[in-house]
Design a protein around this ligand. Structure first.
Ligand SMILES: [Zn+2]
Length: 346
């Protein structure tokens, strides 16, 4: 294989809404099935960043038994088919209570970076053990080696990177260059990161060090403000995956939400490579920009795309098909973090 051909890594955050709303089938397993079917048509690979801790909590409630079985089956079969399952954590679920058929989550634990070191380690250990149990029964060689923080809330990251190293995770894929969220309860700031497609870090994920785990950021790029407004409007109109009902309500009060929205307006024109909400022309444009920006890099370029099952609509399906068809014509390698790491390590 030509060592310089870029690797397209399609990632999907596999979870309900951050406040515990939504139902398993319409918000997770049905849209995930569509993604897998489309990916399989093009021999593309999907990596499901699975919020194991929420499924661990659901598993304790009878009402969710059938749904959790579907999730386990889907995750295990995906890996059998060459897709991947990796670690995602929304720690507000750690002490979740199910009362009157509603989840009561701990919003004070929204940001994993705000937890104590021992809590971070314990949620990592529980989640990895759950994922490995689910996947390894049919896939003996499976390892959980990559992490993405829930809500991009990985900063300050020193404790987290340390805990990731302790549990054997080798890659993080949380950073979205140039993005920041100003809302107090869910803040993140990736406005200053190395001008590289990946780097090593042993403490701050936004700084490069000589040793540590790989930071493999989500691909981001620029489109015109007008185009961005059009895309946002279209995504709002599309709404959620068919039959998926829930709310994006977060840990902050009204003022912080407005502040967050204002921040988003200021960043108009900066987009992530998001195949739930972007049109195929934007996906292609951002991918081309990423390839061009790092054309001097000698190792295979990882291009990390992101999506969510809950907002993967029939319009997203069309965009994904067009995008994958383009990527295939361009000769990009459809890959996973593990495959990419294998090539880098050669
Ligand atoms: Zn998430």
């Amino acid at each position: 294989m030509d060592k310089k051909i870029p690797h397209l890594i399609l990632t999907v955050d596999y979870e309900l809404f951050g406040n515990g709303t939504g139902c398993i089938e319409p918000c997770i397993t049905i849209p995930a099935k569509r993604m897998l079917e489309i990916a399989n048509e093009y021999s593309a690979k999907i990596t499901f960043f699975t919020d194991a801790i929420e499924f661990i909590k659901m598993e304790q409630e009878k009402e969710f038994f059938a749904g959790i079985l579907k999730i386990k089956k889907q995750l295990s079969e995906s890996v059998q088919d060459g897709h991947d399952v990796q670690l995602h954590v929304h720690p507000q679920w750690m002490h979740a209570k199910y009362l009157n058929h509603q989840w009561d989550l701990d919003f004070s634990a929204w940001r994993i970076a705000d937890l104590k070191q021992e809590e971070i380690l314990s949620v990592f250990e529980a989640s990895i053990s759950w994922l490995e149990n689910v996947v390894r029964s049919e896939n003996k060689s499976y390892t959980c080696n990559t992490f993405r923080a829930g809500g991009w809330c990985i900063q300050p990251s020193e404790k987290i990177v340390d805990a990731l190293q302790q549990v054997g995770i080798m890659m993080d894929s949380t950073v979205a260059p140039n993005f920041q969220n100003l809302s107090q309860g869910e803040w993140s700031n990736f406005s200053s990161v190395p001008n590289k497609p990946f780097w090593l870090t042993d403490s701050d994920v936004c700084s490069e060090t000589d040793t540590g785990i790989f930071e493999i950021p989500i691909a981001t790029g620029k489109i015109s403000k007008l185009k961005h407004i059009q895309v946002l409007k279209a995504a709002k109109k599309q709404g959620m995956a068919k039959g998926c009902i829930g709310s994006y309500q977060g840990p902050d009060g009204k003022y912080q939400v407005i502040k967050g929205k204002m921040g988003k307006l200021l960043r108009l024109g900066n987009v992530m490579l998001d195949f739930s909400t972007m049109t195929s022309d934007v996906l292609i444009e951002i991918t081309k920009q990423w390839i061009e920006k790092y054309s001097h890099v000698e190792t295979p370029l990882p291009i990390v795309a992101i999506a969510h099952t809950k907002n993967f609509t029939s319009t997203s399906e069309k965009a994904l098909k067009e995008y994958l068809s383009w990527a295939k014509r361009e000769g990009l390698v459809f890959s996973t973090y593990t495959n990419w790491l294998g090539v880098i390590d050669d």
